[in-house]
Design a protein around this ligand. Sequence first.
Ligand code: PLP
Length: 486
Amino acid sequence: MREPLIFEKSRKGRRGCSLPACDVDKENLEKLIPKKYLRQGSLGLPEVSEPDVVRHFVRLSQQNMGVDTNFYSLGSCTMKYNPKVNEDIANLPGFTRIHPYQPQASVQGTLQLLYEMEKLLCEISGMDRISLQPAAGAHGELTSLMMIKAYYEDIKEHRDTVLVPDSAHGTNPASSHLCGFRTVVVKSNKDGGIDLEDLKGKMSERVAVLMLTIPNTLGLFERNILEVSRIIHDRGGFLYLDGANLNALLGIVKPSDLGIDIMHFNLHKTFSTPHGGGGPGSGPLGVKGKLAAYLPAPTVEKDKKGYYLDYDRARSIGKVRSFYGNIEVIIKAYCYLRFLGREGLKKVSQNAVLNANYLMSKLKRYFYLPYDQPCMHEFVLSGVEGKMKDVRTLDIAKRLLDFGFHPPTIYFPLIVKEALMIEPTETESKETLDAFVSSMIQIRKEIDDDPSLVKQAPHNLSIGRLDEVKAAKELKLRWKEKKSGD
Ligand SMILES: *Cc1c(COP(=O)(O)O)cnc(C)c1O
């Protein structure tokens, strides 16, 4: 199944279609365009027949592993199945054929959808206002920190520090750094939650915000959240929720009830937009009370005449994304929310948590579970036992590919050695989960009986192991014409 480049299939003069000769006079381009702008050599396009093209791209698509082909337990990323009906709706010409500079009176439907989306997300989170502009979770984090910075500058308090737990996603410290804050790491305790003594020692009047993920990246609920909230708020700081794990909380707990002041959503994760490979995503941010004044402009508002965009916001940090955000992602998430409704969303989270606990209880007999307690929507195993036989978590991940499963997230969170982070999501059946368990058990046996089988995996795919460093450092994105002798 090794598929050559389409350029390698090219044969001079071969065509995909035969059109009648053109009966319009040729115009000399050099008369219209200055010579220096004209292409000198040939375009170098592949010359192939129509079946060549069709087979090439169908074969490539078959080599791709995605949610639509395989179970995809990539922890923290919430790779749930994305209902196709949402794609159809986002594709309606009323959405796809509008221009961002059209008069607002002529895009009332889209503005209404954005307005209602804000209300839905407020209801889910308990936040007062939402901006739909940020293009991903990380962008929502950065925007939030910019707002917090602007707030403290306004009230003339000098706060230059962001607290981040050692289990946090890398985007948290990255956003903090990018925004010019000093990042201080807070330790986790032996149960996987925030170490309260460490937090108290590090909380001060220099701290602007604690960035927290709930449930955290171990898949555990922060049991001391109310105490954490008190420690931060008593010293005038904000509590930020990295909302990437919202799939565990829908309809069960509102972040505002936990003391959260500001948060981002990952619409592409929780609310079922196909994602991976770089987007597009959407990372709306929500705020309580006094931070609302700093939201990016414009906001979507409504008055007697209809819906409108409000650019006239004195303390806004300004725009963070062209136009109004990745609207097609917002439309899909909106459809998803409306299809499921209040009760449906609650079932999403209940089933996501049930599926994760089911997998965890089956697998912990075979793999080391460092934090052995009921989990939320995901859990983290450790491949340290395997390592004794010189088999690493990476090898387990590669071997899973042979069984037709996309591997879990590996080597994250950083506080678990050889981490395997498994998130089944609510959309998988018991049969799929059982098949995954069987494959994991088989791999566990192979580690004991024939570790080289695991270490050399994958065996059944068109590509084996890549030299990942080389692949990342020496990108080959451009096809070069083969010289004779090459
Ligand atoms: C995915 C994720 C992020 C970043 O979100 P993007 O939408 O990928 O930018 C942040 N934190 C956690 C815990 C995540 O899983």
